[in-house]
Design a protein around this ligand. Structure first.
Ligand code: ATP
Ligand code: MG
Ligand code: MG
Length: 353
């Protein structure tokens, strides 16, 4: 079988490697951090930095296709890798999703709704944005933010000054606060033949900026569900995308608003491991390997709950729960806010007694 190279060795890389090996592929991981979770199940080729050209070349030469579990790969690294082996999804998807400003411009050009936004480089930009878009709002770093890090809610003009100071000169984006009733996401896949398949949207609840639960099915009307799937397909088609993407949406009385896209398998898609014949990890591997997409129909209701930090203390009781599938990432240290694992609880049709 072919060898798939994965940039990033976190839990997503680990679960991608498991799925790849079930289909007969080998996986190589490029991960600058020590002891990556994917290292238990895949071959870690290097712990070099993304700036190490020699290591990048050696990695690319050892694999047939390159994919990633992490979207903040420096473009300089992709230049080197893509010259040697195909990268899927390609750099267009990365470029769009690495920068919240580029991402929002792309989405609005497609005719999709986003929060009102403005680029913020200094106090003058911020004053203008507050006058035009108004408060409350959220100031976010344009790049490298995740799990709600690098963002601040602004309720009053004095908050704004502090929030800008906290950005420490990093380019930022100001977003009007969307008054949503709930959040959902669509996990969508597209392969080289242009086939698109979307999983049933899930409803997401965050705690302290980190995804806490995803519940399937989401509270959506039939027409909202159709909208969600069609807009996700529009995004993937426009990008000529190959692989799985997570599309995060706000549900409002005025329709669905796109929050952000993630060009990779997504935490809110972990429920597919117990909810579908082909989960998001296998679907991604199929897409990047040039296979037909698999059947992602949902055959049970699922609630996915993330295990964060010392939620790990609950593992003995979780392991004894009925209808519950436990997924642990093999991370040694439970730091506050660190994703250590998740459980999928199947709530209908999943009990085989
Ligand atoms: P992730 O871990 O999903 O990558 P992130 O750090 O990239 O998160 P966002 O998804 O942009 O951050 O925001 C995190 C959460 O903050 C959202 O899921 C939503 O609950 C809230 N939020 C973000 N932007 C807005 C907005 N414009 N209006 C209202 N709430 C928002
Ligand atoms: Mg994000
Ligand atoms: Mg998000």
């Amino acid at each position: 079988g072919a060898t798939i190279g994965i940039l990033g060795g976190g839990q997503l890389g680990r679960m991608l490697s498991v799925a790849a090996s079930r289909l007969g592929f080998r996986t190589h991981i490029f991960e600058p951090g020590a002891n990556p979770p994917a290292g238990d199940v895949a071959h870690v080729v290097t712990t070099a930095a993304y700036e190490d050209e020699v290591a990048l070349r050696a990695f690319a030469n050892g694999v047939d296709i390159i994919t990633y579990e992490f979207e903040n790969i420096p473009t300089s690294a992709l230049d080197i890798l893509e010259a040697l082996k195909p990268a899927r999804p390609d750099r267009v998807a990365l470029r769009v999703s690495q920068d919240r400003l580029v991402e929002k411009a792309f989405l609005t050009d497609l005719g999709l709704k986003t929060a009102p936004f403005a680029a913020i480089d200094d106090a003058v930009d911020l004053a203008e944005a507050m006058a035009e878009i108004g408060l409350p709002a959220i100031l976010k770093t344009r790049r490298f933010g995740y799990d709600g890090k690098g963002q601040a809610r602004i309720n009053t003009p004095d908050h704004a000054e502090q929030a800008l100071a906290d950005m420490a000169g990093a380019p930022a984006i100001f977003e009007g606060f969307v008054d949503f009733s709930h959040e959902v996401s669509v996990i969508a896949a597209r392969n080289a033949a242009g086939e698109v398949a979307c999983y049933d949207p899930g409803e997401n609840v965050h705690r302290d900026g980190i995804l806490h639960t995803t519940t399937i099915p989401a509270r959506l009307t039939a027409s909202q569900r159709t909208d969600a799937v069609l807009l996700a397909a529009k995004i993937l088609n426009k990008l000529n995308y190959i692989g799985v993407m997570g599309v995060e949406l706000f549900v409002t009385p005025k329709g669905l608003i796109v929050n952000e896209i993630a060009p990779r398998v997504h935490n809110s898609g972990h429920w597919t491991q117990q909810g579908c014949a082909v989960d998001q990890f296998e679907q991604h591997i199929r897409a990047v390997a040039g296979w037909p997409l698999g059947d992602g129909s949902r055959y049970t209701d699922v609630v996915m709950e993330n295990l964060i930090g010392d939620d790990m203390d609950r593992v003995p009781e979780l392991a004894a729960e009925a209808n519950t599938s436990l997924h642990l990432y093999g991370k040694s240290q439970a730091k506050p806010g660190r994703k250590m694992g998740h459980v999928n609880r199947v709530t209908r049709g999943g009990s085989h007694k």
